[in-house]
Design a protein around this ligand. Structure first.
Ligand code: AR6
Length: 175
């Protein structure tokens, strides 16, 4: 599904983010930025050692922040690594931290001339965020940022399975 907000197209697709031909893909990393499982493992495997080499120089990343590296062998030029919150009960600042991941990733994208960007469902795997809530936060935050900034042409949410895709599609429809 896709929707136009001002000059930006927001869209949801089912797929593997490592195959995306966009300027930047976002990684759901951890604070070490030294790799892990899930989408993080897939990105490092597909992109090769150049990504980890740059990550080692970044001194990690705080939850809610975002840092950029090369895309290595990926079709995407850059990887923007962000660290989502580990979900406890939703009362420990998780919504704000998750929103900040999307906001900071887009700010880093804008600073680096990125026009097309793909996001995975940050925190929705190993970090256990309830998917419908995460999807609403993702859409609302991205919509806010693109409404007040020109420069991003396309934001694609690349969801790995139907059970994640559907709540993201619902949240996009509600915007
Ligand atoms: N393309 C798109 N989405 C994917 C892919 C892929 N190739 N592979 C998995 N997903 P997760 P988190 C989906 O666990 O919850 C790592 O170890 C997956 O189905 O990757 O933020 C990090 O190093 C889920 O919907 O990230 C951290 O330690 C979504 O991506 C921790 O996991 C996010 O799941 C971060 O946990």
């Amino acid at each position: 599904m896709e929707k136009k907000l001002g000059a930006t197209i927001l869209e949801t697709v089912l797929g593997d983010i490592t195959r995306e031909r966009v300027d930047a893909i976002v990684n759901a990393a951890n604070q070490s930025l030294l790799g892990g499982g899930g989408v993080d493992g897939a990105i490092h495997r597909a992109g090769g050692p150049a990504i980890l080499e740059e990550c080692r120089k970044l001194n990690g990343c705080e939850t809610g922040d975002a840092k950029l590296t090369t895309g290595g062998r990926l079709p995407a030029k850059f990887v923007i690594h962000t660290v989502g919150p580990v979900y406890r009960d939703g009362k420990h600042g998780e919504p704000g931290m998750l929103a900040r991941c999307y906001r900071r990733s887009l700010e880093v994208a804008l600073e680096n001339g990125v026009k097309t960007i793909a996001f995975p469902a940050i925190s929705c795997g190993i970090y256990g965020y309830p998917i419908p809530e995460a999807a609403e936060i993702a859409m609302k935050t991205v919509a806010e940022v693109v409404r007040s900034n020109e420069g991003i042409e396309r934001v694609r949410f690349v969801l790995f399975s139907e059970d994640v895709y559907r709540p993201f599609e619902t949240a996009l429809a509600k915007l």
